[in-house]
Structures are given as C-alpha cells and as structure tokens.
Design a protein around this ligand. Structure first.
Ligand code: NAP
Length: 332
C-alpha cells in the first residue's frame, strides 16, 4: 500500500459518498435470465429489485441459506408484482467448491443465461480456512472465479442462440487502494500459499486484498475473453461505494458506526452501481467502475509491479481452478 494510493482511495470515497448520487439504472432486460449470488440481503437483494423493475424474465437468486432466500423471494415477488416463475432460489455456498460445481451444473439446464452478478462476498477479521484457503480468499476470489469459469460456456451458448452480449459483474471496493500489495509478492511456494500463513496474515487488510485480487483477476480474464474466438463475454468490477449493509457485521466500534451514519450510501443506492455494471457494454470489460463510470484503479494495479503481480496471481488462479475442475479454463 502506498500513501498516495491510500489517500486517493479515502478521498475519492468521501467525495463520492457525500457529493455524488448514483443514477437510477435504466435499460431493458425483457426476456433475459440473470443470476445474482448473495441476493438474500444487502446490495444483492437491492440489485434484484432493480433487475425486476427493468423487466428481467427469470431471476436466479443464488444463496447459501434457502430459507433466507425464500423470504427475500416472496418479498420481491410481492413488491414487483411478478409471477411466481419469474424468481427462483438456488443453493450456492461459496465456501464449498462442490456447491459451486453443483450450482453451475444446474445452470446448464437453463434455456438461456444473459448475465451473472457474482455479488456474494465476505469481510472478516478472523483467520479461518475453507477448502484449502483462508476463507475470504475462498469466497471472494477462488469460488467467485470458479463460478464464472463454469458459467462462461452457458453465457457463450446463449450469445450464439439469442444474439446477446453476455455480462459478468463482480463488486469491487475503493478499499483495494489500501490493500497491502507486499503480501502478494510472488515468493517461493506462491501467492496463495503465503496468504494461507496464519502467522503472517494481516486480517484487517484481508478484505481489501481480496478486492485487489478480484481486480487483477477481472483484468486478466477480460484480456483472455477478448482474444477468444467465441462470442465475447464482458466482465467488469464496479465499486458501489461505502454502503450500509451487513458486510461489516464484525466491525462494531463507535468510529465505524459514526462514519457509517455520516457517509454510507443506502444499499439501494449502492446497488445501482452493480446494476450499471450488468447493463454496461464491451467498453467496460476488464474495467474498474466508480460512480457508474469507468475509472482507473489504484496505480498499484496498473504500474509495472502491479502487472507482474497480476500475471503471477492469474497463473496461480488458473492452476488452482484446473486442480478443482480439470479443463475448466481451457475455453477461457
Ligand atoms: N457494503 C459496502 O460498503 C460494499 C462496498 C464495496 C463492495 N461491496 C461488495 O458488495 C457485495 C455485497 O455486499 P453487501 O454489502 O451487500 O454485504 P452483505 O449484506 O453482508 O451481503 C453479502 C451477501 O453475500 C452472501 N455470502 C457471504 N458468504 C457467502 C458464502 N460463503 N456463500 C454464499 N453466499 C455468501 C451473504 O449471505 P448470508 O446472508 O447467508 O450471510 C449475503 O447474501 C460484496 O461482494 C461486497 O464485497 C460492499
């Protein structure tokens, strides 16, 4: 983390949250099928509300707790005055690769898939392991890219059948500006291994680091998708700003609560940025978006060192995904 990068991240968040009101998403999603993960609450749930308002035909709410998902579904159906069949709740636990694989297999049966909002995410100060990584890395990074890699064939098939531009959106955060890049220096054993060291893990910075990794992954994956001979799949990573939600449920100090009261956007307003990502065209691919516009990420991402870390990280990510599902990255 450089001081300049941190200052830029903090000042841009304060400025945006105070002075910029995100535009209400406009567009036509009639006939489309869209998956939203982590959609039982928070930004994901509010994004679903917008997607229904814009006419999405089939909304798949991907949640780890079916009961919570069903409660949210009922509320959405009522508010949007939609038919029962327009929303389905499917199980997806990003802590377990088998759940991600089962979810993606089920999605193969969909007649079409237009977009994926890979919104499920977690922030924790406690070091726990799920699958073979620290939990934040499993949920926010590895399972997120695994899910996307597994769904890309369906998105491409839909592009060919229905002449659409499929899109994938992963929420990002201005906290990536303060991520400790030095934790990602390729070392013996690799980046993922060093992030698994409980003794050296800086858990207060783990969430920002996970969003920095998402940025690297989105940039690298977009470059690969652009070179593929198949139909283009757009992938972007919008920052919704600092929003009042359950994300920081473990952070209950007075300073945070005051900051939240003074600065935080509502989840509804923040969700506009995510829906904007879903509506964006190919110019957004590989891009970080802020205030519903393409924006340069931290210089840590774009400078020479950032490019080197991105290449090393993406190489390791591809190897990891291949280990989980052999062949999954072949068509990327
Ligand atoms: N709030 C902000 O200020 C902010 C700013 C920038 C980016 N974001 C990003 O926006 C996204 C949504 O966050 P939010 O603010 O709406 O937080 P939230 O209210 O905590 O919602 C997170 C959602 O992710 C789900 N989730 C967590 N772990 C999961 C797992 N292992 N498997 C499946 N689902 C899981 C949660 O399910 P449960 O209800 O079952 O826990 C919940 O539905 C996240 O990616 C976050 O990083 C948020």
């Amino acid at each position: 983390m450089s001081i300049l990068s941190s200052l830029e991240g903090v000042s841009s968040t304060v400025f945006s949250n105070i002075f910029i009101h995100l535009p209400t998403p406009e567009g036509n999603l009639t006939g489309q099928t869209i998956i939203v993960s982590g959609s039982n609450q928070g930004l994901g749930l509010e994004a679903c509300r917008h997607l229904l308002r814009l006419g999405v035909k089939k909304l798949i709410m991907a949640v780890r707790d079916i009961n919570k998902g069903e409660t949210a579904r009922k509320e959405l159906l009522q508010c949007a005055c939609r038919e029962e069949f327009s929303i389905e709740v499917w199980k997806l636990d990003m802590d377990q690769y088998t759940s991600v694989k089962d979810f993606a297999s089920r999605a193969e049966s969909l007649p079409r898939l237009d977009a994926v909002l890979a919104n499920a995410g977690l922030m924790t100060n406690t070091f726990n392991v799920s699958e073979e990584n620290e939990k934040t890395i499993t949920v926010n990074v590895v399972s997120t890219f695994l899910l996307i890699a597994l769904l890309i064939p369906k998105l491409r098939e839909s592009a060919l059948k229905f002449n659409i531009l499929p899109r994938v959106t992963i929420p990002n955060s201005a906290l990536h500006y303060i991520a400790p890049l030095n934790e990602l220096q390729p070392k013996k054993g690799g980046i993922f291994d060093s992030l698994n060291n409980k003794e050296t893990a800086n858990m207060t910075a783990r969430y920002p680091l996970s969003k920095l990794l998402v940025l690297f992954g989105v940039r690298a994956l977009a470059a690969r998708l652009a070179q593929n001979e198949g139909p283009l799949v757009v992938i972007n990573t919008p920052n919704p700003g600092f929003c009042k939600s359950q994300l920081a449920r473990e952070t209950d100090n007075i300073g945070f609560r005051v900051g939240e009261k003074l600065l935080a956007r509502s989840t509804e307003e923040g969700s506009r940025a995510l829906v904007h990502g879903i509506l964006a065209d190919e110019k957004s691919s590989g891009q970080y978006l802020t205030n519903c516009q393409v924006h340069s990420p931290s210089c840590m991402v774009t400078d020479m060192k950032g490019v080197m870390v991105q290449n090393a990280f993406f190489g390791e990510l591809v190897a990891k995904l291949e280990h989980i599902v052999p062949g999954v990255t072949a068509g990327l």
